[in-house]
Structure formats: C-alpha cells, structure tokens
Design a protein around this ligand. Structure first.
Ligand code: FAD
Ligand code: UDP
Length: 385
C-alpha cells in the first residue's frame, strides 16, 4: 500500500504520468472509474470489423515532434488527413469553409466576386476566425461573413453548447477558421497520423506493469481535506504525490456547487457498404431540422477497412446531468467567464496542498486536444521530478 504516486484517471493525462513515474522506479497506482483504460480515446474493433471510438471520433494531429516521438515508443502510425464536409444551406461543402466552399455554395459569378473580396481583404493562405470576419467593414465581406455565420456557426454552436456564438469563449469557434485558400483539411498541423493498432493498444503498452484499479471512483478510496490540507488514501494520510485528472467539483463533493459541462449521446448504426462521402459530415442546420451536430463514419479513418459493412455515430449534444441515465459523461467544460470563475474558486481551496496536482481536460477545465495534454503531462512530470 506504500504508493509513491497515485493517479486518478487512465486517459492520456493520467497514463503519461503513470508511465513516466513507473519507468523511474516509483510505486504507482492508477485509479479509474470506468471498466477500461484509455479515457475518451478508448477504441475497439466492433461487430462490423470497424475500429469504433466509444467516446467520439479521435483524430491525432499535432505540431509537436516531442509528442510524436514520445507516443512512437508505444505505436507505429499511418498517415491520415481528416476532411470534413458540411450541410450548409442545402449544399454539401468542405469545412473549414474555404474558397472551394464558396464555389460550391454560390453561382459562378457571385462566387468569383466573393472569393476576390476575401482574398483582397486578407491575402491568400490566411485563416480568419468567423468573429473577426464579421468585424470587417467591407459590405461584400460582411455579406459573406453573415452567410458563413448563419449557415456554419450559428446553429451548430447553439446545438453543441446550448449557447450562442457570442456567449461562448471565442477560442471555441476559432478552432474552425475560415480558410482564405483551397485548404480543405480540418486540421493544419504538421503531423496528421493515426496509431496503427488503435488508441487502446497505446494505453495497454503505457500502463504495462502499472497497478490499475478499474471500476473505482477516486472518492471511494481518496479524500482531500481542504481544512487541514491533507490527502487521505483508504483513511490514512497519503504523503506521496496525487495526480488528479477528474473533475474538481466531484473531488470536493460539489462543495461549491456543480461545474457546468456539456455531454453527448452517440447513436450507433450499422449500414452496408459506405454510408457517406467523408469521414465526418457536419450538420450546422437548426435543431428543428437535425438535432445532431455531426455524423462520423469510423471506418473511413482506418488504414484498411472492411468493405461490406460500416458503423456510423450520430452525435447529439446534451445537457450534462451526472445523475441522469443519458448525458452523465462530462465531455466538454463549458467555456464562459462565469464558469471559469467558479472553477478558480475550487482551485483556491486546493492551493496549499503541495502534493496534489490537477492535470487534464476535466481537472483543468480546459479544451485540450490529445497532443496538448500529452505535452502538458510531460512538462509536469519534469517539474515534479
Ligand atoms: P480523459 O480522456 O477524459 O480521461 C480522464 C479519465 O479519468 C477517464 O477515463 C475518466 O473515467 C477518469 N476519471 C474521471 N474522474 C474520475 C474519478 N473521480 N475517479 C476515477 N476516475 C475518474 N482531441 C484530439 O486531439 N483530437 C480529436 O479528434 C478529439 N476529438 C474529441 C472528440 C470528443 C467528442 C471529445 C469529447 C474530445 C475530443 N478530443 C480530441 C479531446 C480528447 O478527448 C482529450 O484531449 C483527452 O481525452 C484528454 O485526456 P485526459 O486524460 O485529460 O481526459
Ligand atoms: N463549429 C461550428 N460549425 C461547424 C464546426 C464547428 O459552429 O461546422 C464551432 C462550434 O462552436 C464547435 C467549435 O466550432 O463547438 C469547435 O469545433 P470542433 O470541430 O473543433 O469541435 P470538437 O471536435 O472539439 O467537438
């Protein structure tokens, strides 16, 4: 029971820390509430022979050579460039919205005019966030900006977050800019690759030799006392290092109320052959037309995929309710100033507990992609060491 390091959560945040400390000869325990490791990256081959990502499609992309080098200790890769189409005002066009999307959306003469004003305004190869595009003073640009806002961002964002574009942190919509180019890739990163044998295999290798308790919630075995600033593990004071990658409100028994999250439901369907033209098709249509935001056909992400059957996931955003049957997974922190302030009040309760570290998308209440959290975990390990 003499653990040097206890880690809550077996996603990338927890597993990188576990792998590094274990490699260092430390006695490590990982506590995971789910019945499997891998966090939201958990995948498996389903009944159709398709690699299904249980918690939504996860595409690996990064500019960090350090992250690729680190993960390459646990996997080989194949190249995969993610392309997304969207149902935009009745037309199926590439997203991010780019010069080709303009051509596909308007008749030739108007398309030429709109492309020209966009290129004249920003220059070729620029990426412009929608909120910035809307501030442009040129009425021709504003016409286009309003169109893209209305048909690409407005309803998708309302469905995804239950908030308007203006209510959510601008960094959220900045993730999908308007491309003043013909670049139709969803991501612009230098490395766009997928693990040859899927994500779960990476986690199996990372956690090889590490003690993992599945089906165990942190609060079943751990208690953080914010008054005497101590951590208790199975009712005894724990003086080792605790890395916590779950939600802080849960860790502190909702002491200051609940932190808001957004949840999802994935409706899974089997079809014959191929279902759609691209791995993901976005539906930025009003809720009354489509209550879902996107449909992903998992096999189109695979290196070699079965031809006869296919599995699709239809993604429905939902209000998060930890006690509900549906919507009880906190997928996304909701990025508003008010929520951030509440999160910081929680953190201030934990400030002086020197052997506790918060790491990860839930614990830090941030919109991290996989590569960012791996990078952050590698940094934290160096810092603690
Ligand atoms: P998680 O993967 O969520 O792992 C946290 C783990 O901790 C979970 O296994 C959870 O069960 C466990 N846990 C939580 N609380 C407790 C507790 N109290 N006790 C015990 N265990 C607990 N990123 C990309 O780079 N590319 C993508 O394409 C991409 N697509 C995404 C799609 C969706 C729908 C979502 C929601 C996210 C996507 N991401 C993507 C982001 C990616 O999922 C995160 O960057 C990543 O999961 C962060 O890792 P983590 O370890 O912080 O969290
Ligand atoms: N977004 C949108 N329309 C789209 C795609 C994205 O309005 O067709 C907005 C929406 O607010 C979304 C955000 O951009 O939440 C980020 O999109 P991304 O695809 O990065 O979301 P994720 O894959 O993380 O859910």
């Amino acid at each position: 029971m003499n653990y040097d390091v206890i880690i809550v959560g077996a996603g990338f945040a927890g597993s990188v820390m576990a792998q590094k400390f274990h490699e260092d000869g430390k006695k490590v325990l990982v506590i995971e509430s789910r019945k499997h490791i891998g966090g939201n990256m958990y995948d498996y081959i389903d009944e159709n022979g398709v690699n299904r990502h249980q918690y939504g499609p996860h595409i690996f992309h990064t500019n960090s050579k350090r992250v690729v080098d680190y993960l390459s200790n646990f996997t080989d890769w194949y190249p995969y460039v993610h392309r997304v189409l969207g149902k935009v005002n009745g037309h199926i066009v590439p997203i991010p919205f780019n010069l080709k999307s303009i051509e596909d959306s308007f008749e030739a003469e108007k398309a030429e005019r709109l492309k020209k004003v966009l290129v004249d305004s920003y220059g070729m190869d620029k990426k412009v966030p929608i909120l910035e595009l809307r501030k442009n003073k040129d009425p021709n640009v504003v016409e286009l900006a309003n169109y893209i806002y209305e048909y690409v961002f407005k309803y998708y964002t309302m469905k995804q977050w239950g908030l308007t574009v203006e209510q959510i942190d601008p960094n959220v919509t900045n993730r999908v800019p308007v491309n003043v180019s013909y670049d139709d890739r969803y991501f612009a990163d230098a490395y766009q690759i997928m693990p040859k044998e899927g994500y779960t295999k990476i986690f199996e290798k990372m956690l090889d030799g590490v003690e993992v308790w599945l089906n165990t919630k942190a609060n079943d075995v751990l208690h953080v006392d914010v008054e005497d600033k101590k951590i208790y593990f199975q009712n005894e004071e724990f003086k080792g290092i605790l890395i916590y990658t779950g939600a802080v409100d849960e860790l502190l028994d909702y002491h200051l109320g609940e932190l808001p999250y957004r949840s999802l439901r994935f409706d899974i369907e089997t079809h014959d052959g191929q279902y759609q033209q691209a791995t993901t098709i976005n539906y930025p249509t009003p809720h009354s037309q489509n209550a879902f935001t996107r449909i992903t056909e998992y096999k189109l992400m695979m290196e070699n995929y079965p031809k006869d059957k296919t599995t699709i996931a239809i993604e429905y955003p939902l209000a998060y309710d930890r006690k509900a049957y549906e919507g009880n997974i906190p997928y996304y922190p909701i990025f508003t100033e008010e929520n951030q302030a509440k999160y910081e009040r929680y953190c201030s309760l934990l400030d002086d507990i020197d052997n506790l570290y918060l790491l990860g998308r839930l614990a830090e209440y941030k919109y991290y992609n996989m590569d960012a959290i791996i990078d952050k975990a590698l940094d934290l390990y160096e810092k603690i060491r």
